[in-house]
Design a protein. Sequence first.
Length: 277
Amino acid sequence: MTERVALVTGASRGVGKGVATALGACGWTVYVTARGGVTPDEPLGQTVSEINASGGAAVGVSCDHSDDASVSALFDQISAEHGRLDLLVNNVWAAPKGFGGFSDKFWERPVGDWDTLITVGLRAHYVACVEAAKIMVPQGSGLMVNISSFGTRGHLHSVLYGMSKAALDKMAFDMGHELSGTGVAAISLWLGLIQTELLMSLGIEEFAGFRLDEAEHPQFVGRVIDRLWQDPSLPQRNGHTLVTAELGAQYGLVNNDGTPPKSHREPFGGGPLFPPA
Ligand code: NAP
């Protein structure tokens, strides 16, 4: 197989953009989505330009992941244009209006937060996995990756944030169970703190107790996913929750500044992840 086709959802900025551009540099054909347009002066169009400039091949698709029909049309487009899908990175995520992170208690927030943090941060991933499985299972191969976080274990940002992340880990486990024997794997990935454009623009030295200069570059996450896809032990890891920094160490990958990122497993309580290793 010469062409590897990936879809990274929510790739106009942040983690998704970094993952997509790193996959492009690794030679992938990368479909990228966000709600805006794809002209070069728009954020998603800029992601497309960066992927193409790095040696990959990008296709930008304007898609609202809270609209099932749009998501279905996206997968139809991938099927029609390439007839295959090798990697799905479920990254799309939306902050509710006025989201105050650590400062707000759940009873102080509008109940409507559910519609962003759960609908876009969880349901959209389930929908994408359903559509991806319809391509990957007949093809007999493929990897679905959920972008999760240590919010699964410790309190991070909000109740709904943690709920959505815990559900993503369980979703990968149960999908992995049902995918067993098909050649397709589902994985949940715990990222560390990420050097997103937003966080780097704030002029802060640390966030949630972690140093920003030691945080993971979003492209590091993409390189880890590329190597995970190639990993001969992937079938044995199907359904597991894994840590980007720990996978990076196993694969000999480093951050963009040449240093190995540290796992946040111990600061969040240590021990085995879900499911138990
Ligand atoms: P972000 O900067 O807010 O990016 C979210 C992306 O999703 C954007 O490209 C946005 O594009 C897109 N999006 C939002 N709603 C959409 C919708 N309805 N349909 C299509 N696209 C939509 O978020 P981030 O910080 O990169 O975080 C991404 C993921 O990484 C989250 O799951 C987060 O929990 C996880 N994570 C982040 C960190 C960190 O330190 N940042 C650490 C661990 C895990 P448009 O607005 O242009 O549509």
